[in-house]
Design a protein around this ligand. Sequence first.
Ligand code: ATP
Length: 459
Amino acid sequence: MQKITLDGLVAYLKEQGFVFQGSEIYGGLANAWDYGPLGVELKRNIKDAWWKKFVRENKYNVGLDSAILMNKEVWVASGHIGSFSDPLVDCKKCHSRYRADKLIEDFTHGQITGDGMSNDELTKFINDNKIVCPTCGALDYTSIRQFNLMFKTHMGVIEDAKTEVYLRPETAQGIFVNFKNVQRTTRRKLPFGVGQIGKSFRNEITPGNFIFRTREFEQMELEFFCKPGTEIDWFSYWRNYCMGFLKSIGVDGDKLRFRDHDKKELSFYSNATTDIEFEFPWGFGELWGIASRTNYDLNAHMTHSKESLEYLDPEDNTKYIPYVVEPSVGVERMLLSVLFSAYDEETDQNGQTRTVLRLHPALAPYKVAVLPLIKKNHAEKANEIFELYSSYFQTTYDETANIGKRYRREDAIGTPFCVTVDDNTLAEGTVTVRDRDTMEQISLKIEDVIPYVLGKLKF
Ligand code: ATP
């Protein structure tokens, strides 16, 4: 059972300094969020964990950081200018706007997604099932029209059609257009993958559910290039790899499921797609999309740019356009599933509620809190210890309030270890290390805490 509602989590994250409303002192900007001192650390740790597992530790893969602004022709070739759109309907009575497919998805509690339905099929489904406007209850919609999700702006001082550029709606295209550069400079043979983390922008019709669907977000994408005919095996490899990764960083396995796309739902270029879904408080939602995309993307860029993106296979001297398997996940959605998995409340022997964020130590904003037992006696030594530890891992220092209160504070923000500095530290060079989850305490030499904590960061 989830221990906290969505509203509860939003309030909690604001209170603790994880996530704030964007532009708050000006009344906010709808659907924009800022990450506070703890949120930025947690987000960075999630990205580092992904990078470690998908780029550094995987022998097939390398990394890339491509520009957000790209030549407009990239988006013509990829099909985004022509068809990166969602089906938009307005309620004629109250003028609320909706994504037609999401109306169906919400109405059927995620049983039917509306993906792959034509506009006529969507309209018929809405009318047959009398899916009324969630705001005013009317069943009186405009006909469906396609709304392009890309943000458009201009490059340079003149604003005309020639200077139009788009904020990228995904990071993937930056990888495709660099396929040859990466292959040539790394002298890689197939199969190999290119990973990238970066901001993406989509002018979503109905953003919401806090950071689940926003207009500015970050993606962690891998494009894995392989020989045609091997892609389904690689698809299953990455499908399992992604699921294994989520569980290893502490996402609750009982709340995760695969949802394989059936024939009707598959994009025309894909021969296998699955979503890893997480059970959020409002129901299951897509966390990670994994798609076998055939050679659609490289082929489109090759045709449009007239540059060859073929690969000469040294094994059998054949030339072909590589096939691609793409696991693509949003940082914010991963963060949300991590938080819903980690949040816990328990009652102690005195009947008091203890809030514990049971984050994997690798993700915790701080690994260690250094706490002098009595400020006037132990603060100087504690400061020295803080300086030592903070060069190895994220460390915080707190000398306010009684020790019990400080422990509770650290539990609530997920700090796995509290290091208390007391008279024994001054006399013998030992500290007390308290474990967040078990609340057990052990005594260690000051310097032995470093390998002890580093050992717990593995996942
Ligand atoms: P949805 O059906 O939820 O709109 P999608 O299928 O369009 O998602 P993809 O294009 O496959 O999403 O993007 C890959 C991943 O990027 C998603 O699985 C999700 O984790 C993340 N993502 C996509 N759109 C958003 C968004 N607006 N806000 C936050 N994360 C997003």
